[in-house]
Design a protein around this ligand. Structure first.
Ligand code: HEM
Ligand SMILES: *[C@@H]1O[C@H](CO)[C@@H](O)[C@H](O)[C@H]1NC(C)=O
Ligand SMILES: *[C@@H]1O[C@H](CO)[C@@H](O)[C@H](O)[C@H]1NC(C)=O
Ligand SMILES: *[C@@H]1O[C@H](CO)[C@@H](O)[C@H](O)[C@H]1NC(C)=O
Ligand SMILES: *[C@@H]1O[C@H](CO)[C@@H](O)[C@H](O)[C@H]1NC(C)=O
Length: 332
């Protein structure tokens, strides 16, 4: 299905507003911009592969709060605290990198290409560059002008969430249970800080066993290893807050490691483990883990294509930010 100029209509689930994105939206207004972004990302990711995880997570966080409108990139202002400063706020990475890509794009075509598109394209290209799948990214997103810490707290999934909570939250973005399972595969790359899962090691509450126990669904040897080597104190929130590979042994490789580790109960987040508490999701995990890679890649790509169009702003909505960290006319 090579549809270079295909128009993709996106039903925006929460508001009912229809956004319209097209493949190659900048073909006339900024020819070659997608290649420019792609080659810059590839060069950089070859040298610093951890950028891929940073960009993928930034794109996900962007799309879950106010739609994919680059609101995640805005700095806090005197008027209010932005999404990026919502606690815990030390863990999103990649802002500088996106700004560098945007600067390059601005030099080529000032005021034409949105930060939201730059992020969506760069995240896709970075995942492809580390050997992961590619997916279609129709463009024409416009940048939002509002970023609000409380909305990030309310709308982003938390690692402590149950399957039901995750499912309900994803549903508000038009994403189903299978999207939840397939997109969680993103955790095959990247890192998590101890503070994101320390309660599973030290502060787990289970009926009968008391308050300060280890999550019994964690593989015992894996938990012991984490406690004795990586996360030695229950207070993950201190200066020592260590970063741990989410897919042990292959956190730089986009592969089936996440699903296979999950089935062995070696995953860091409770939200990962939660996928095994639902029969449908668990069967899906088992199916994907059986391979081959291509099946996971196709499913992940399909859900990413959906995620990257959640509640987008198009047409005359929003603006094309010149600097991704600030709105064009802060005084307005
Ligand atoms: C299902 C609900 C999800 C929850 C609760 C969740 C939560 C988290 C947490 C707590 C971390 C570790 C942050 C840290 O401690 O530094 C993390 C990392 C990450 N997440 Fe998720 N996540 C979810 C879904 C997703 C999705 C859908 C994507 C992308 C499609 C994604 C991509 C990533 C990536 C790439 C990292 C590694 C970031 C890095 O290396 O800096 N996550 N996630
Ligand atoms: C946004 O915040 C970052 C981190 O505090 C800072 O380095 C950057 O200069 C800010 N950008 C703008 C345009 O103010
Ligand atoms: C994190 O967010 C809190 C609360 O908004 C803020 O006071 C703090 O400065 C932020 N920290 C960083 C490193 O941005
Ligand atoms: C566990 O914590 C809860 C809530 O803080 C408390 O009510 C309960 O007494 C604690 N149980 C034990 C065994 O310490
Ligand atoms: C459980 O851990 C918390 C925090 O580390 C601590 O304050 C509390 O005293 C512990 N409770 C028990 C019963 O060990």
């Amino acid at each position: 299905m090579a549809m270079a100029m295909a128009v993709v209509f996106v039903a925006s689930s929460a508001t009912g507003v229809r956004g319209q994105l097209t493949m190659g939206f900048y073909d006339q207004s900024c020819p070659g911009v997608e290649r420019l972004i792609g080659s810059f990302v590839r060069q950089h990711v070859d040298r610093v592969p951890t950028v891929a995880a940073a960009l993928l997570r930034l794109h996900f966080h962007d799309c879950f709060v106010r739609g994919c409108d680059a609101s995640v990139l805005l700095n806090s202002t005197a008027a209010g605290v932005a999404e990026k400063d919502a606690p815990p706020n030390l863990t999103l990475r990649g802002f500088d990198f996106v700004e560098r890509v945007k600067t390059l794009v601005e030099e080529a075509c000032p005021g034409v290409v949105s930060c939201a598109d730059v992020l969506a394209l760069a995240a896709r290209d970075a995942v492809t560059a580390i050997g992961g799948p590619s997916w279609r990214v129709p463009t024409g997103r416009r940048d939002g002008t509002v970023s609000n810490m409380q909305e990030a707290l309310d709308e982003l999934p938390k690692p402590s969430m149950s399957f039901k909570q995750l499912k309900d939250l994803f549903a508000t973005k038009g994403l189903g249970v299978r999207d939840l399972v397939w997109l969680s595969g993103a955790h095959t790359i990247g890192i998590a800080h101890c503070s994101s899962f320390a309660d599973r090691l030290y502060g787990f509450r289970s009926a009968g066993a008391g308050n300060n126990t280890t999550d019994p669904t964690l593989d015992a040897a894996y938990a012991t290893n984490l406690r004795s080597r990586k996360c030695r104190s229950p207070d993950g929130g201190n200066a020592e807050d260590a970063a741990v590979e989410m897919d042990p042994g292959s956190h730089l490789t986009f592969d089936l490691g996440y699903y296979r580790s999950l089935l062995k109960h070696r995953c860091l987040l409770q939200s990962d483990a939660a996928l095994l508490t639902d029969p449908v999701a668990k069967a899906d995990v088992e199916g994907i883990a059986g391979g081959p890679d291509e099946v996971f890649f196709q499913l992940f790509a399909r859900s990413m294509a959906t995620l990257s169009t959640v509640q987008v702003k198009t047409g005359a909505d929003g603006e094309i930010r010149r600097n991704c960290a600030v709105v064009n006319s802060p005084s307005n």
